[in-house]
Design a binder for this molecule. Structure first.
Ligand SMILES: C[S@@+](CC[C@H](N)C(=O)[O-])C[C@H]1O[C@@H](n2cnc3c(N)ncnc32)[C@H](O)[C@@H]1O
Length: 234
């Protein structure tokens, strides 16, 4: 997969994309990251990219020309058109199912806003899908882009050591994951459930399924309602 990021702050991505699973994925050659500064595509003096909103109001708005020029130049850097994701709190909610959908694309291009957001013609004029990581407002799209890249990249075949591990993560089967334990068997009076030490894989699997269901019922009953609705609708 090729990932292009259009941003005013490319430097904030480097540590996140070089570390942990996103970094391993790049070193294995499964993904390549390409960071582009939108400012480099501004035709204005001092590479200015924003301006005051028409009609008045606070803050600055990202101008059309650098955003369109940046997208068109970056799009042409590879023959795969990819999916253009516009980060905005007004977009489609990013969830695990959306991460799976994006993971099947050979290329993602993420366009990060800043300040008061984008000129509306960027949203209308570019072939963009608007994506939000949740109902809160961040200062810029960079953290949202990193969330999406991390969640997508760990799903790519060959990235995680155990292929199973992404399949068992929370949300993968519309359930939260069961509790996990590692050594020692007892810590400050808290013991690991006996079943996990039993070596009986059938019992362990049953216990994990039951725990995942209980935990979801307890914390996120909305996920179970969604699952019921999906099953009813076939
Ligand atoms: C301060 S926000 C602008 C919010 C805009 N004035 C609005 O109310 O819709 C600046 C940028 O941060 C990014 N951003 C903020 N919250 C986000 C979210 N929940 N999901 C994705 N991107 C977000 C977007 O790229 C946005 O253009």
């Amino acid at each position: 997969m090729r990932v292009d990021v259009l941003t005013l702050f490319p430097e904030v991505f480097e540590p996140a994309l070089q570390s942990s699973i996103p970094g391993i994925a790049a070193r294995k050659g499964i993904v390549s990251y390409h960071l582009h500064n939108i400012r480099d595509y501004s035709l204005e003096k001092h590479h200015k990219v924003d301006d005051r909103p028409y009609g008045g109001g606070p803050g600055m708005v990202l101008r059309c020309e650098p955003a369109f020029r940046a997208y068109e130049a970056v799009r042409a850097m590879d023959e795969r058109p990819g999916r253009l994701l516009l980060l905005t709190p007004q977009g489609r909610r990013f969830e695990q199912a959306v991460a799976r959908e994006f993971a099947s694309s050979p290329r993602l291009i993420l366009l990060c806003g800043h300040y008061e957001g984008f000129d509306e013609r960027i949203r209308v004029g570019l072939p963009a899908e608007e994506v939000s990581i949740g109902d809160y407002v961040l200062s810029g799209g960079e953290i949202a882009a990193m969330v999406i890249i991390d969640a997508v990249v760990r799903l790519l075949p060959g990235v995680l050591g155990h292929e199973e591990s992404a399949q068992k993560d929370s949300f993968s089967e519309a359930l939260l994951e069961h509790p996990q334990y590692t050594r020692p068997p007892e810590f400050r009076g808290m013991a690991v459930p006996e079943v996990l030490l039993s070596g009986n894989h059938g019992r362990i699997e049953d216990w994990r399924k039951a725990q995942a269901a209980l935990r979801t019922q307890d914390r996120r009953v909305d996920l179970l309602t969604c699952l019921d609705e999906k099953q009813e609708n076939g």
